[in-house]
Write a protein that binds this ligand. Structure first.
Ligand code: SF4
Ligand code: SF4
Ligand code: FES
Length: 258
């Protein structure tokens, strides 16, 4: 038997709407579907102007993060019948400007990420000589043939599961009140690269995060951990980065005293 739902969807087109509003759509589900499929049906059959973002439909690309009945979810991984409600309220990710309907501008999120240089950094790049002049050792460390020790991999493995959906950034109460704050995943990714044995950045290359817009801005309410669809636990990495920062600071003090 078909299940009946009322979809209450956030709508806003900054080009023509003065303010956002919610629009209701009735939807009948013949067989078990995920929210993304229902949105596609609604767009195809009821309103072709409805905008939302997706790509892989497999929980991998991270582009379909939404707030569904108040919870942060991936639309392509959330079954309608798992929600236990007949009214389904769908909103775009908060803390990011709405471009249209459920599509947000991810630029602030990616800018924060870009700020920490989210890639394995070779020594020569730190010196500003570019990737062309890699030394033999760096080449070996950065090559696909580098074998991680089990412990090295354990330290970074959860962080490599991040699909950059932006849910953690969007749910973070500090991002909501301070646009300068780097947010959970940028700081967690920084920790991921610092722990990567192939990465050559030194403390002086990342100590700039030791401010209220970086490491010390976090309220440690762990909202980012709660909402992450991949159990990345960015707040745990952030706290580890804090410890690492303090250890490096203490080392600096001892070096100066010598
Ligand atoms: S733990 Fe920190 S980074 Fe995570 S949501 Fe809370 S304030 Fe934001
Ligand atoms: S840490 Fe989780 S919530 Fe944050 S961007 Fe990565 S996958 Fe998304
Ligand atoms: S469409 Fe790629 S994660 Fe949902």
């Amino acid at each position: 038997m078909a299940r009946k739902y009322l979809f209450r969807i956030f709508r806003f087109d900054p080009k023509k709407d003065e303010k956002p509003y919610f629009q209701d759509f009735f939807y009948e589900e013949e067989k078990s579907k995920v929210i993304l499929e229902a949105l596609m049906d609604i767009r195809n059959e009821q309103d072709a102007t409805l905008s939302f973002r997706y790509s892989c439909r497999e929980g991998v690309c991270g582009s379909c993060g939404l707030v569904i009945n108040g919870e942060f979810e991936l639309a392509c991984r959330t079954r309608l019948n798992s929600l236990g409600k007949e009214v389904i309220v769908i909103e775009p990710l908060p803390n990011l400007p709405v471009l249209k309907d459920l599509v947000v501008d991810m630029e602030p999120f990616f800018q924060a990420l870009e700020a920490i240089k989210p890639y394995v950094m070779a020594e020569e790049e730190i010196e500003g000589q570019g990737f062309q002049e890699l030394k033999e050792e760096s080449l070996w460390l950065s090559s696909p043939g580098y074998r991680f020790e089990e412990k090295e991999m354990e330290a970074i493995e959860p962080l490599t599961n991040c699909i950059l959906c932006g849910c953690c950034y969007s749910a973070c109460p500090v991002v909501a009140r301070d646009e300068r704050y780097l947010g959970p995943i940028a700081l967690a990714k920084l920790y991921r690269y610092i722990r990567d044995p192939r990465d050559r950045r030194r403390f002086k290359d990342w100590q700039y995060v030791g401010t209220s817009s970086g490491l010390w801005g976090c309220d440690t309410v762990f909202r980012c951990n709660e909402v992450c669809p991949r159990q990345v636990n960015p707040a745990h990495a952030l706290l580890s980065l804090r410890r690492r920062y303090l250890i490096e600071k203490i080392k600096q003090i001892f070096r100066r005293k010598k």
